[in-house]
Design a protein. Structure first.
Lengths: 169, 101, 340
């Protein structure tokens, strides 16, 4: 059953991701990216991330993509007549070389059994992946990064407001 | 039958590759930005898959921080794109070549 | 396994049907109550006291000509009403209507009166509500019409601004209840206070979080685009806002989405502040519905009485007054919880 759900969601995510990069109009790219993020949120539930999936829906699909859509609509981005830059010969050769190197490396890693086998059901006090566990860890072991992220968000807000402000001359 | 770890990793690698191809080929700055978000999502999936299979909550906490940083980055990045648009009337990265020799 | 599936399907069908009926009859209730406040009668002709008016309205909207202007972005134009109405209905999947019941002894096993209970119920409703913004912004953009675009952007900016204060206003409730699950939040409100040793007051969170309730209700008015925050869809502004180019069933879907959202935020406020399905005697769904209707009456009363805010007043109020108040409420609730 889990396999069926995973296959379905993975196919949706992969297909939507491919459709993101081939659209001529930015709004359709954004819509397919929202679908990808929704499918990934479903996969997160399968991975027992019971808090992270709803944060993904609220923050990524519900806020970040809304900001993207706002900017696309405010800047009046039109349909692109020629979206693809065909790569030159040097670039194709570099890409092929790098792919061969990476594939050889992957083969060596798999052959030496560097890919870890799945362990049993995970267990942590308070439940694995629940809100209580995430909250407890954020306020004890990871308190310092948590406070730093609040400063990051403040800096980002101020920066965005300053950069996008209209110059009233 | 349980879903093996390699399935999650293959999906994550595929999404990352799609993101990289998008960044390398498209010229619209907003779509390039969206492909960066796609790459971040792929990495989130890797973190969560390993967190579950290694029975460690560190992966999930890190994903939380990745999401926060991605939100901050999107805000600032889009503000920069708006500022560039105001100056050059375009979001085509091929047109942003003032420093090219 | 099959039994749980059938029970769940029955619950989904009942809830969905009841919600559709409630949305249709909300229009009738609104017209009658506003008429009463304005000392007139309201719909009286179609059926006794106008009771068949919603059916007549529905038929009219279905038979109107469905115009699709030629220069719109077709796919998004056709998709936007669905994007507006589906989140409004999905949010009802986690709201508890009542205690576990055996349907007066008909069922072998007691069945819980909610479609499902996830342990992040509150966040789920907020997440789904933030997805409802897409319907509006895409409808405004795809209409290929300056006024629709501006109306859509204004309306969605209003929605995302008030979402922040709405989320913060329920943090006090979460501190008191200790859980994000809606069923747990209702159960945490069971029992009575004895005020001055004599007067029994139920332990509903509205009494311990009055500021939280006021902020939540104000944000709920703004989130559902209801008066006094209904500038983006007022008939005298910006033509008709984001739904200018829509006709017939698609237009009806936007309005159904608005009423369904109204019912959802009222149901959520009932669950979190008014004790959900708790009541001294009698069947629990009756108490739940009674409280939801009380809040819906408040919505209608506000529409009939208050003038609307100007857009800049609305945004300034949301960011400069409600958000600091909500933060103050969070700090106050945290201090209260820490002290004992």
């Amino acid at each position: 059953m889990e396999l069926v759900i995973f296959t379905g969601l993975a196919l949706v995510a992969a297909l939507a991701a491919m459709l993101v990069i081939v659209q001529r109009h930015a709004v359709y790219s954004a819509l397919f990216l929202i679908i990808t993020m929704g499918a990934l949120a479903g996969i997160y539930i399968l991975l027992e991330a019971y808090f992270v999936w709803i944060v993904q829906v609220i923050v990524y699909a519900g806020a970040i993509m809304v900001v993207f859509l706002f900017v696309i609509m405010l800047l009046d981005i039109r349909r692109e007549p020629d979206p693809w830059t065909p790569p030159g010969r040097g670039r194709i050769l570099t890409a092929l070389l790098l792919s061969v190197v990476l594939l050889v490396e992957l083969g060596m890693a798999v052959a030496q059994r560097l890919v870890l086998p799945p362990s049993g059901a995970p267990s942590v006090a308070g439940g694995f992946g629940t809100t209580q566990t995430v909250g407890r860890l954020l306020f004890t072991d990871y308190l310092f990064p948590f406070e730093i992220t609040s400063v990051i968000l403040l800096v980002a807000m101020v920066g965005a407001m300053v950069l996008a402000k209209k110059r009233l001359t | 039958m349980q879903v093996p770890l390699s399935a999650y990793l293959i999906l994550s690698a595929f999404l990352f590759i799609v993101g990289v191809v998008g960044v390398a080929t498209r010229r619209n700055a907003l779509i390039i930005f969206m492909c960066i978000e796609l790459m971040l999502n792929a990495v989130n999936l890797t973190f969560l898959a390993f967190a579950r299979f290694l029975n460690s909550m560190d992966g999930q906490i890190f994903v939380f921080f990745v999401m926060v940083v991605a939100a901050a980055e999107v805000a600032v990045g889009l503000a920069i794109i708006i500022a560039i648009y105001r100056n050059r009337e375009t979001v085509d990265v091929a047109e942003l070549n003032l420093l090219k020799w | 396994m099959l039994e749980t599936l059938i029970v769940m399907l029955v619950k989904i069908v009942v809830v969905f049907g009841a919600l559709l009926l409630a949305v249709a009859y909300m229009t009738w209730i609104e017209r009658k109550v506003i008429a009463d406040i304005q000392v007139r009668l309201g719909p009286m002709r179609v059926g006794p006291h106008g009771l068949l008016q919603p059916i007549a309205d529905g038929l009219k909207l279905m038979f109107k000509e469905d115009l699709i202007p030629s220069q719109v972005e077709r796919v998004v134009f056709l998709l936007a009403p669905s994007l507006s109405i589906v989140p409004a209905f999905i949010a009802f999947a986690v709201i508890p209507f009542g205690d576990t019941t055996t349907l007066f002894g008909l069922l072998a096993k007691p069945v819980a009166l909610h479609i499902t209970d996830i342990d992040v119920g509150v966040l789920f409703v907020f997440g789904v509500a933030s997805l409802g913004v897409y319907g509006i912004v895409l409808a405004g953009w795809s209409s290929n019409n300056k006024y629709s675009l501006l109306g859509g952007l204004r309306s969605s900016a209003q929605l995302i601004s008030y979402e922040v204060s709405m989320g913060l206003s329920v943090v006090g409730v979460l501190i008191l209840a200790g859980s994000l699950s809606l069923v747990e939040i209702v159960k945490a409100q069971a029992g009575l206070y004895w005020w001055l040793g004599m007067l029994p007051i139920p332990r509903w969170f509205i009494f311990s979080q009055p500021l939280g309730f006021l902020i939540y209700f104000t944000c709920a008015l703004a989130e559902t685009n209801r008066a006094p925050f209904d500038l983006p869809e007022a008939e005298t502004e910006l033509v008709a806002g984001f739904h200018t180019e829509y006709s017939s069933m698609k237009f009806a879907m936007f309005f159904m989405a608005e009423y369904a959202n109204m019912i959802t935020v009222s149901a959520l406020a009932t669950t979190m502040f008014l004790g959900g399905w708790l009541g001294p005697i009698g069947p629990s769904p009756v108490w739940f519905l009674g409280k939801v209707f009380l809040l819906l009456f408040l919505f209608i009363w506000f529409r009939a009485t208050l003038p609307r805010f100007r857009y800049d007043q609305l945004m300034s109020f949301g960011w400069k007054r409600l958000l600091p108040l909500a933060l103050l409420n969070v700090v106050w609730s945290a201090l209260w919880a820490l002290r004992g």
